[in-house]
Design a binder for this molecule. Structure first.
Ligand code: A2P
Length: 287
């Protein structure tokens, strides 16, 4: 992969191109979302990631409109929330997301979390299959350019593939130093799925950015710990979705293409542990 800037394209299995860094909006206050998205687009991001549950889709849509950048130059993702699982429900939830965003298609739509056996017992797989069937139909009808998953571990993907007609193109999972998911990333990539990283800086109030190893490596490259974290993700062929509402950081989080981490640095970062983040196990969550 020859990535030279925040919008260098990565080709999904269906040929659709996705800019290699996305602007994340998880935990962005709805009241400031439009402004933040506009700032991000002005800074140069063309890939914006939101979700129904973030309650800021309206702000994302407004930021896009105000930016003046033509819709087709942007890559917009949203996600199906857990209370909307099921065939009919997925179609209705997709339409409602589009309306909140004020868009007439999405570039990418993801199932936000797998229905798990802890909550749904034997019905879990069928619920995921039903949601996916609706996603496939929306994709085939041209309403979404690519479809995928979020928080599905390789075993959830394999189960889904027993009934899926179309293979998911993307899986967005939590990835940051301290919660590296290294084996899962390799397994998903081996399936031809692009892995995206949510919480790539360790999330709100994380200690990733204060970690002494991260600081040492950052100093060696004249970069910030946030940039090292994002670069470590990119060098694994994973697409990071950093969130910030501050212009200075929004810019910093794009400036990742003038340095390279050595193999030893990559390994050192991957072996950090206990650095917080959400570290949610999709088989164990109760939502
Ligand atoms: P803020 O929006 O106030 O800048 P993640 O992307 O892992 O969810 O983490 C985002 C968290 O890290 C947010 O709390 C965000 O706060 C903060 N953040 C984003 N970019 C940077 C940066 N370059 N340096 C320090 N903190 C950052």
């Amino acid at each position: 992969m020859n990535l030279t800037n925040v919008n260098s394209p990565i080709k999904l299995e269906n040929g659709v191109e996705i800019p290699c860094v996305g602007y994340g909006t998880f935990r962005t206050d709805p009241a400031v979302t439009a402004r933040a998205v506009q700032d991000a687009i002005e800074a140069g991001y063309r890939h914006i990631d939101t979700a129904r549950i973030y309650e800021n889709e309206e702000g994302v849509g407004e930021g896009i409109r105000v930016s003046g950048v033509p819709r087709e130059k942007l890559f917009v993702t949203s996600k199906l929330w857990n209370t909307d699982r099921g065939y009919e429900e997925t179609k209705a939830a997709f339409q409602a997301s589009l309306e909140r965003l004020g868009l007439d298609y999405l570039d990418l739509y993801l199932i936000h979390w797998p229905a798990n056996e802890k909550q749904f017992g034997d019905r879990a797989a069928q619920i995921n299959a039903d949601s996916w069937r609706a996603m496939e139909e929306l994709y085939e009808a041209g309403r979404i350019r690519a479809i995928g998953l979020s928080n599905f571990m390789p075993h959830h993907v394999k189960k889904l593939m027993e009934t899926a007609r179309i293979k998911p193109m993307v899986d967005q999972i939590e990835v940051h130093p301290g919660w590296p998911h290294t084996d899962e990333i390799i397994k998903l990539q081996d399936m031809g799925i692009l892995v995206e990283a949510w919480g790539p800086l360790g999330g709100q109030g994380s200690v990733v950015l204060q970690n002494p190893t991260m600081k040492k490596i950052a100093e060696a490259h004249g970069k910030s710990t946030a940039q090292v974290s994002l670069r470590w993700i990119i060098q694994q062929g994973v697409l990071p979705l950093p969130k910030s509402v501050h212009v200075e950081r929004i810019r910093q989080n794009m400036d990742l293409f003038d340095f390279e981490l050595s193999d030893d640095e990559m390994k050192e970062i991957s072996s950090l542990s206990g650095l917080g983040g959400q570290c949610a196990d999709p088989d164990d969550v109760d939502f």
